[in-house]
Ligand binder design. Structure first.
Ligand SMILES: [Zn+2]
Length: 861
């Protein structure tokens, strides 16, 4: 089954990476050993100038030196050996600056000095400018290959060297880079700031921020640190800044090593396309992730802040201290940081149930990985742009597999392996194989061999478990959706078994490394049931047969833990995709889980219902589906209450917004609709009086039936918003109106309103929630394709075929025709289009096969 909501939204949250560069590698005959960069930056202007001095070592005789420069105006180039200039000519092509010398350069140490000028970028990549309240700021986002857009450099991760920044800025501007300031001089309206030499860094980890920023101190950390914001926002950093010390502490304990850099600043940027970026000493964040009101902070804001801060801080060791040699291992960098982000969030904020949310994400990833188009997450030589195109799969499959292997070899052994790897490779570069080797050394099992079956093969295993006398028979094959033919594969799978036998529960983990295996358990009596995915920790699908599934579902909360119940639900959806479970059985099972005592299990039911809606609910079934939602979810809201109860479980508070959204927007439940009206009135009066997660839902419910007047009111509120969450809430709501004329206005506003490049899809993402809105958005995007694509961050271009995603074959075919033209293609378009096509065809086939049963089930209620 499909989850088509994943797309444009999800990209905003992925912490990393940009693209579309030339991936030609520079080779290793010439290597930089130090680079000084001097820039004069006034972000109220269009351009800037600079100069760079690079110490170079020529290891083998060469006729030319090559380094990266993209779109930069070079005014002079000088190369010297011991102070003696060497004659050369220079040229730029394909992002590469080539310096041809005569005579041939002998091995030795040279100095290269380049003067240049450039325009600030305006699409949130490279060194770019933006405005907040009419005032100019400049920020950077270099990963993976956009440092070359800012200044000439050796822009590959393997060139990990010390840098030194000197920045001339206006007196009134603050400047932040990776290291502390060491000297300052003033001249007229300008000041020149010299920063300390960095530890060895790859270019993608450099950061610069310039503008009239404010800051507050990060309390309780072992090095100096501040949170920087644009003017007027620093008070909103109070809450998140207090989260840093406990997170850093937990990481230092895990890694058994002190934080490796001299300072730790955070920079909150309004115009920023990734979630965050781990630059040592100067971590950048999308402002909404760390800026929120202390008085009304929501459970989701805390969960997200903790997860992202932990992820970025984990990179300080895994990624920064030890850096991948080439982009083929970016997935490991990110998978590990994200896995760690989950681990720390679960440790410090268990009440946010972050792990259950992540399990649902991983379920969505397995669904994508089951398509015929799926590819391995690690391939030797993968370029930065290729890596990025499968970014969601690579990160999340990677982290799920890491978690599964940690469970197999044990937490302590795993941690020892991580720390040995970091010590061995500190301040240098490493490959994934170095990591597996370190794990294999401590685990006494061949982790590398088993790991390779998940990393170098595409797809998801299907484990079948049969109860036999004295044990369980396990078999494996490749999981496939109904009617698709995939190549046969086997994996080495750590299978966690939880077995119920004569009133006892027995647990056992085995490595299923052949196509069939009998797991005998000594002294086991009659087996009552088996859950072949203990703790929901497996990156595999599983089946125990229809009758066993039907037997477990009704009493699941008695025998399965909450992770297992969430995993059970995701797996059930997959079995529906495979044709193993029928649409009616599936709907009935969802009903059984909807009364689960744990809010996040009900939330997982809603995720399945989301898929049901995308796949089966056409316009004519809207009413029946609304009734079904009311019937299924009303008991839950009665149990938890529309309004928060004093001292209630935080998981309830975290789940309530989602429940209200479904009851209010999909079910149009009257009580919830009235609640929304009252809440919007209070929120308009005083935004700090309402939990922003509830406010977001209330404005969406209110918007659905809203008129032109309300639309204008929300536009005004969006434009006047003085904090990032209110801005996001009102912007999204503009896409939530049902009236066709207002929907058209909302799309016009995307192009005419004060919308930032990273916000272009916020309104469309809401519109796409209904069939009619999706159709309108599709036509609008076809008509405005060039305007839209010249404004968004270029990194999003390969993903544009997602506009044809869903369950509609005709729309997918139109998309295919559109992207068959050379002018709409970039590197990666064809691959993305193939994924969309496979997904739509599977979805349409499922609708055809099971739609009748689902419809009959809904009509009968
Ligand atoms: Zn990351």
């Amino acid at each position: 089954m499909k989850s088509s909501h994943f797309f444009f939204v999800c990209l905003l949250l992925l912490a990393s990476v940009s693209v579309l560069a030339n991936d030609l590698r520079l080779g290793n005959d010439v290597t930089p050993t130090f680079q000084a960069v001097t820039l004069k930056l006034d972000p109220s202007g269009d351009d800037y100038s600079g100069s760079t001095r690079i110490s170079i070592e020529v290891l083998r005789a060469v006729d030319a030196i090559r380094l990266h420069a993209d779109g930069i105006e070079i005014s002079s180039v000088r190369l010297e050996l011991d102070g003696t200039p060497i004659s050369l000519t220079h040229s730029i092509g394909n992002d590469v600056l080539t310096l041809e010398t005569s005579p041939t350069l002998r091995p030795g140490k040279y100095d290269l000095v380049i003067d240049f000028s450039n325009q600030f970028n305006t699409q949130a990549v490279g060194l770019y400018r933006m405005q907040a309240d009419g005032v100019g700021y400049a920020f950077t986002q270099f990963e993976p290959t956009d440092a070359r857009k800012a200044f000439p450099c050796f822009d590959e991760p393997v060139f990990k060297i010390p840098f030194q920044m000197t920045i001339t800025a206006r007196q009134k501007d603050e400047v932040v880079t990776n290291t502390p300031l060491i000297s300052e001089s003033r001249d007229g309206g300008w000041k020149t700031l010299k920063f300390a030499v960095t530890k060895p860094l790859s270019t993608y980890l450099l950061a610069i921020a310039v503008g009239p920023m404010e800051s507050i101190e990060i309390p309780g950390i072992p090095v100096p640190g501040r949170v920087y914001t644009v003017a007027g926002m620093s008070a909103l950093a109070a809450y998140s800044s207090s989260m840093v010390a406990p997170i850093l502490d937990a990481l230092q304990r895990y890694f058994g090593m002190a934080y490796p850099y001299e300072k730790l600043d955070f920079i909150a940027i309004p115009e920023y396309w990734p979630g965050a970026m781990e630059h040592p000493g100067a971590i950048t964040f999308k402002d909404s992730i760390i800026l929120f009101d202390k008085a009304s902070v929501s459970a989701e804001q805390r969960r997200m802040a903790s997860h992202v801060i932990s992820h970025e801080l984990a990179h300080q060791w895994f990624g920064n201290l030890v850096t991948m040699e080439w982009w083929e291992d970016l997935w490991l960098n990110e998978s590990f940081a994200d896995w760690m982000g989950d681990k720390i969030t679960t440790e410090l904020y268990p009440e946010t149930k972050n792990e259950l949310l992540e399990l649902r994400n991983i379920n969505g990833i397995m669904t994508g990985d089951s398509l015929v188009t799926s590819e391995p997450i690690r391939k030797t030589g993968t370029t930065a742009s290729e890596m990025f195109q499968s970014v969601g799969l690579a990160y999340n499959k990677g982290k799920s597999v890491i978690g599964m292997f940690e469970r197999w070899i044990g937490e302590e052994a795993f941690r020892n392996g991580v720390n040995a790897y970091l010590l061995e490779n500190a301040w240098g570069n490493a490959k994934a194989s170095d990591f597996w080797k370190a794990l294999t050394d401590v685990a006494g099992a061949d982790v590398a061999l088993a790991m390779a079956t998940f990393l170098k093969q595409p797809g998801v295993p299907l484990v079948e478990a049969d109860m036999v006398e004295n044990g369980i028979r396990l078999t494996q094959q490749r999981f496939s959706n109904y009617g698709t033919d995939l190549d046969a594969q086997t994996w080495h799978i750590p299978v966690g078994l939880r077995i119920g036998s004569e009133g006892k529960i027995v647990e056992k983990t085995v490595l299923l490394n052949q196509s069939e295996m009998l797991v005998e358990i000594e002294g086991l009596g009659t087996i009552d049931w088996v859950m072949p995915d203990a703790d929901g920790a497996g990156y595999y699908r599983w089946n125990i047969g229809d009758r066993a599934i039907a037997a477990i579902a009704p009493g699941a909360d008695k025998i399965l833990n909450e992770r297992e119940r969430v995993a059970f639900l995701g797996n059930l959806g997959a079995l529906l995709d495979a044709g193993t479970v029928g649409g009616d059985t599936y709907m009935k099972a969802l009903g059984a889980f909807a009364i689960d005592p744990e809010p996040f299990v009900v939330s997982a039911v809603i995720s399945e219902l989301d898929n049901v809606r995308d796949t089966f609910i056409t316009e004519e079934l809207t009413e029946e589906f609304a009734d079904y939602i009311k019937k299924t979810l009303s008991p839950t809201i009665e149990r938890f209450g529309i309004d928060a109860k004093p001292a209630e479980d935080e998981a309830v508070a975290g789940f309530r917004p989602r429940l209200l959204y479904w009851l209010g927007v999909i079910g149009e439940e009257q009580q919830v609709v009235s609640w929304a009206s009252e809440t919007v009135a209070r929120y308009t009066e005083d935004p700090t009086s309402i939990d922003p997660a509830l406010a977001e839902v209330a404005v969406l419910i209110k918007a659905k039936k809203g008129d032109e007047f309300l639309f204008d009111q929300f536009v005004a509120a969006f434009e006047a918003a003085d904090n990032p969450s209110a801005r996001g809430i009102y912007l999204g709501a503009l896409g939530g109106f049902e009236n066709p004329a207002i929907r058209k206005r909302s799309l016009d506003y995307v192009l005419d309103g004060p919308i930032r490049p990273n916000e272009i899809f916020n309104i469309p993402n809401q519109l796409r929630n209904t069939e009619a809105g999706a159709e309108l958005f599709f036509d609008w995007l076809l008509n405005n394709y060039t305007t839209v694509t010249t404004r968004i961050p270029p990194i999003w271009l390969p993903f544009m075929p997602l506009m044809g995603d869903g369950c509609d074959i005709e729309r997918m075919e139109k998309t295919k025709t559109f992207f068959a033209q050379s002018k709409t293609k970039v590197d990666g378009t064809d691959k993305q289009m193939a994924k969309v096509e496979a997904g739509v065809l599977d979805c349409a086939a499922l609708r055809k096969r099971e739609g009748g049963k689902v419809r009959a089930y809904l009509k009968e209620l």
